[in-house]
Design a protein. Structure first.
Length: 191
């Protein structure tokens, strides 16, 4: 049995920690501890989507999810395709700015842990700040680049925000290349 202590961790870490533990075993049990309803539901959903059985118990303020992985191979339906992630902001969504910045940081971190990676991450408008002034996202974008993901930042946008000399990951590009990458993509994802 592998025990995963995700108490105190926020989305998407409990799911990522659980996936890593499940990858370590061919079959067996992974016991995950989380301390909030959202993490509990996310881990349960992930286990169900992966075809594993699970049981959840509440022990005080902690949910303990016991996931059983059988030795049967799960179908991997993901095929390699040209996926482009297109990010035009330094936040995710239209709500509170502070929450939006937390969400985009979590999205990019989750992307580093994804089994299927995009071919390209496009950063434009305030999205270029993710490759320059935001250290956490710079670090995660570097991980993606090391794994073969092309990171492109709009040069006009970098100039507009005065960060053209501060881009720490990937390369500067132009709107024609940004358009070309999106037109050739099998799928464009805009968080």
């Amino acid at each position: 049995m592998i025990k995963v202590n995700a108490v105190g961790e926020v989305c998407p870490k409990p799911v990522i920690m659980t996936k890593k533990a499940l990858k370590e075993i061919e079959s067996g049990v992974v016991e995950v501890s989380v301390d909030n309803q959202t993490s509990k539901e996310n881990v349960e959903k992930m286990a169900k989507e992966m075809g594993h059985t699970f049981e959840t118990k509440e022990e005080g303020n902690v949910f303990v999810i016991t996931i059983t992985k059988s030795g049967e191979k799960q179908e991997n339906s993901s095929k390699e395709e040209n996926i482009v992630i297109s990010i035009g902001s330094d936040k995710m969504g239209d709500g509170e700015e502070e929450l939006g910045k937390i969400l985009i940081k979590g999205f990019i971190y989750a992307l580093t842990e994804a089994e299927t990676l995009p071919k390209t991450v496009l950063l434009y408008n305030k999205g270029v700040l993710l490759a320059s002034t935001f250290e956490d996202t710079v670090k995660d974008l570097k991980v993606l680049e090391e794994r073969g993901v092309e990171i492109l930042s709009c040069g006009t946008c970098a100039n507009f925000y005065h960060v053209q000399d501060q881009i720490k990951v990937g390369t500067l590009t132009n709107m024609y290349t940004i358009l070309e990458r999106q037109m050739k993509a099998a799928k464009v994802i805009k968080p």
